[in-house]
Ligand binder design. Structure first.
Ligand SMILES: Nc1ncnc2c1ncn2[C@@H]1O[C@H](COP(=O)(O)OP(=O)(O)OP(=O)(O)O)[C@@H](O)[C@H]1O
Ligand SMILES: NC(=O)c1ccc[n+]([C@@H]2O[C@H](CO)[C@@H](O)[C@H]2O)c1
Ligand SMILES: [Mg+2]
Length: 195
């Protein structure tokens, strides 16, 4: 069985942390990070607001991300081997793929491929605080969070809800451990229901 999990949601919600914890324990589990598909800086549009528009879908090479997902779908075993993931030879033959990123549910060709879509959220103040402590490959210019990051987050979330995309909301204020156990248990239950 092939099982695709989305760990999506807002910037600094804890997506990468949760994903890395799940990867340590889930068998036959590969990962694709959406952040690896950002276009080069010179291809990022500058908005009327003067900010580079990093937080829009057009700043990501989603076709390339989709191709990578399709490569996993056509042969999870080969994909795992190529990415250094050890494959267990047990009877169930379940293969899991985690897609991790901030705009997972806004690109139509991917939306229906998920078996389960998680969406991490934290309050505005916490998000702004966590983000201010981070250093990205391209540092945030002053005002980017309120001028671009937060409004784009709200816009895409509104669209996702309007489109009726079903997600499991996760409270990113819970501890790392609690989130890990909650999601692991949920994935295990959902896998049992699928098989
Ligand atoms: N459950 C948690 N409670 C408190 N802090 C957390 C929790 N999970 C992650 N963090 C911290 O919050 C910050 C963001 O975490 P992480 O990088 O996992 O988020 P992300 O959603 O992947 O963010 P990005 O938008 O940069 O991809 C990090 O400093 C991390 O250590
Ligand atoms: N990874 C990058 O190239 C990059 C560059 C500039 C900004 N970002 C930020 O990453 C977040 C998603 O994880 C988004 O909010 C981007 O602003 C990433
Ligand atoms: Mg991350």
């Amino acid at each position: 069985m092939k099982y695709i999990v989305g760990i999506g949601g807002m910037t600094n919600g804890g997506k990468t942390t949760l994903t890395n914890n799940l990867l340590k324990v889930l068998p036959n589990c590969c990962v694709i990070h959406q952040d690896d598909f950002f276009k080069p800086q010179d291809q990022i549009a500058v908005g009327e607001d003067g900010f580079k528009q990093w937080d829009v879908l057009e700043s990501l090479d989603m076709e390339a991300m989709l191709s990578t997902v399709q490569a996993w779908m056509s042969s999870p075993r080969k994909f795992a081997r190529a990415h250094g993931v050890s494959v267990r030879l047990d009877a169930s033959d379940t293969h899991i793929l985690i897609l991790e990123g901030f705009l997972l549910y806004s690109y139509k060709p991917l939306v229906d491929l998920y078996s389960r879509r998680y969406f991490l959220t934290i309050p505005y103040e916490e998000c702004k605080w966590r983000r201010s402590k981070r250093s990205y490959a391209v540092p945030d210019p002053p005002g980017l969070f309120d001028g671009h990051v937060w409004p784009m987050y709200q816009k895409y979330k509104r669209e996702m809800e309007a489109n009726g995309v079903e997600v499991v909301y996760l409270d990113g204020m819970k501890s790392r451990e609690e989130l890990f156990h909650q999601v692991l248990e949920d994935i295990q239950n959902s896998l049992l229901n699928c098989s």
